[in-house]
Design a protein around this ligand. Sequence first.
Ligand code: CP
Length: 304
Amino acid sequence: MRHLMSPLDFTVEELDKIFDLAGEIEKDPKRFAHVCDGKKLATCFYEPSTRTRLSFEAAMMNLGGNVIGFSEASSSSAAKGESVSDTIRVISCYADICAMRHPKEGAPMVAASKSLIPVINAGDGGHQHPTQTLTDLLTIRSLKGRLGGYTIGLCGDLKFGRTVHSLIRALLRYDNIHFVFISPEELKIPDYIIDELNEKNASYEEVIKLDDVMGKLDILYMTRVQRERFFNEEDYIRLKNFYILTKEKMLLAKPDMIVLHPLPRVNEISVEVDDDPRAAYFKQAQYGVYVRMALIMTLLNLEA
Ligand code: CP
């Protein structure tokens, strides 16, 4: 039995298989409509979510399966003090696979250690968000045709943004990527990730101004300032509008650059950018369903 805690849990070859399967699903979804007949997914979300929870639920339903779960800790027995370990042992009696989001870093890992069913980390604190990374990689592969050989700018809250931390680690396994980290001083990428970049001799630079680097990016990955992880509201208010991607800024970008964002967005991408053909963030959300369908099939060892 396998769990998914980090995007590195799969080899590059295994990821390619998952992305190939997601591509087949995109082309011919009907062929997969009964793969999970009789199976149940439990979505255990101790933190708010729209995309991750609902795309997991849509994925399981598209495969013919059913869904049980809770969308906030207060509506589960966590509110009465139940541990994650006990919860997953019980859920193992009810479902075939579980997607878990938790504000505490490592909580899905604790669950996996006690679980009788595959557990998928659907985001743990500021740590990892592996299925968002799978979504991001599939989007890049589909829209750019490759997973290496480009300059990617990651912009915004690089300190608390778990999607960024997961994505960088996953991209470090591909060749010829230049990382441009664009953030205010207070929201710089954590030192432990810089150490990993240095260990792997990765090519990177850290800048504050987006305009200065816009013209050299093949991919711009925007992120939201993570209000829920700030220790005080004043800092959040000071930093929340540090970057706003506008139509004018898009004039500085390459004609084939793509803009990604894990969403939800707050102010960091102006809605007027949505009509730009380079804005790929809603397509990215659609890829999230295909890749989660492929992931569920992979972890349950199912074929169409
Ligand atoms: N991208 C993402 O994780 O969105 P949700 O928080 O809505 O699940």
